[in-house]
Ligand binder design. Sequence first.
Ligand code: AMP
Length: 212
Amino acid sequence: MNLILLGAPGAGKGTQAEAIAEQFHIPTISTGNIIREALKSGTELGLKAKSYMDSGALVPDEVVIDIIKERLAKEDCQNGFILDGFPRTIPQAEALDRMGVRIDRVVDIEVADEVIAERVSGRRVCGACGASYHLSYKKPQVEDVCDKCGSTLVQRKDDHPDTVKERLQVYHAQTEPLKSYYEAAGKLRIVEGQERVKDTTALVFKALEDLV
Ligand code: AMP
């Protein structure tokens, strides 16, 4: 099962990706997490991406396309994968097509901008493994501690309200056109994001039902 999760920043793609990964035993590939990892370890990629990421802009297409090419070639993607945060522009989607990567379904999680702004302020991520949490909707068992690896939870720098505004603008201008792209290919399913994570997950699983 080769999937793409679409949606604005803060729509809950990461959380839904975790649920799908657990249910279907396929890896999640998050370009955002890969870039944050590179930033932490101070690699060339991290340095290149930092200024874009910090301002809420997109990292150049060539950079993320190379990341994805390398990641999809790994053994664990053979039985399927979930792309979380890629593609984010039409040229990125075209690059995937040119690579000959088959996509079975694109699930777009829709959440209104006003709700996103409120949600993102409560978002916390694990500084070590990248798992995502929320102070109201998805609390860790122990405050500020990752359930999965025990590391400290942090707020992402680009989750600052001003940066979120910029990221939403970028989403509408550059990423939203992908809905038409995948609709034309007959691959798009739209899921309305619900207040409770598990209600959204139920709708996401329903959108994948015929692939199982
Ligand atoms: P995310 O964690 O998916 O919200 O990504 C965080 C940031 O990483 C984005 O705001 C971009 O600066 C960068 N990024 C992640 N994925 C992509 C992508 N597919 N294309 C361009 N930039 C990306």
